[in-house]
Design a protein around this ligand. Structure first.
Ligand SMILES: NC(=O)c1ccc[n+]([C@@H]2O[C@H](COP(=O)([O-])OP(=O)(O)OC[C@H]3O[C@@H](n4cnc5c(N)ncnc54)[C@H](OP(=O)(O)O)[C@@H]3O)[C@@H](O)[C@H]2O)c1
Length: 224
């Protein structure tokens, strides 16, 4: 199989690249080169918002990982914050899907997008990212309907995951403990847990999962 992982150099995307079967072909897009790219992956240095996307053929999956955690009270959020969050979370994914969906359709492929648990339950200071990620969730359901029965489309909605993007939330032992404590399962996530779910969604066994927003959130999205 052949997978495109947009944002496969860091965090969850990097872990997905490591989790997919070794013999599967991996194509990775990110702005910056990384020396941690798996040796069997092909890397393209590009900004998904501003650069032209390369022609690719025979894709079985597209996994779109770029995102944002821009937490501020509404009084401090500028209109540009909302536009920036919408662009990286929604427009980047739309651009990639528009470019490759015909090819994915020929292969009965899969699309995986990312939301956040903060679109399911209200959390203070998440207005901009929750608005953008809620749009990703709507996009997921609409495209799943449009692309059935050939492409399955799903969205993973994680809670705090130990990546660079969340480094400010997990900046010291005290904040790591407090973050874990807020969750019913008394933990936050590691990227490999999210990657294992993404791997299922792009596999043959995951083909009949479509149009779903799948929480992986240590219980915080559903439990008191
Ligand atoms: N981490 C969390 O706590 C958490 C919680 C809820 C939801 N999520 C969501 O899960 C997804 C993955 O998060 P993560 O924590 O793994 O993120 P991350 O560590 O910031 O990794 C993002 C990846 O995307 C690439 N990227 C960013 N902007 C790009 C652009 N314009 N063009 C091309 N590549 C770009 C980055 O590489 P370059 O910087 O080199 O471009 C990197 O490889 C995101 O959608 C995020 O919103 C994460």
């Amino acid at each position: 199989m052949k997978h495109l992982i947009v944002g496969g150099t860091k965090g969850i995307g990097k872990s997905i690249a490591e989790h997919l079967p070794y013999d599967d072909e991996k194509i990775i897009f990110a702005r910056n080169e990384s020396n941690e790219i798996p040796s069997n992956a092909t890397f393209y240095a590009l900004d998904v918002l501003s650069d032209e996307l390369p022609e690719l053929e025979n894709l079985d999956s597209v996994i779109y990982c770029p995102g944002s955690i821009n937490l501020k009270p509404i009084g401090s959020l500028k209109e540009d914050d909302f536009l920036n969050d919408f662009n990286i979370n929604v427009i980047g994914a739309v651009k990639v899907i528009k470019k490759y969906h015909r090819d994915l359709k020929r292969n009965n492929g899969s699309i995986v997008l990312f939301s956040t648990v903060a679109s399911k339950i209200g959390m203070p200071f998440h207005a901009s990212v929750a608005a953008a990620k809620s749009a990703v969730e709507g996009l997921t359901k609409s495209l799943a309907a449009e692309f059935a029965p050939s492409i399955n489309v799903n969205c993973i909605a994680p809670t705090v995951t130990d990546t660079n993007l969340a480094a400010h939330l997990l900046r010291n032992e005290k904040s790591r403990e407090a973050t874990a404590e807020r969750h019913p399962m008394k933990t936050f996530l590691q990227p490999n847990e999210v990657a294992a779910l993404a791997k299922l969604l792009v596999s043959k066994e995951g083909k009949n999962i479509t149009g779903q927003i799948i929480g992986i959130d240590a219980g915080i999205g559903s439990l008191k």
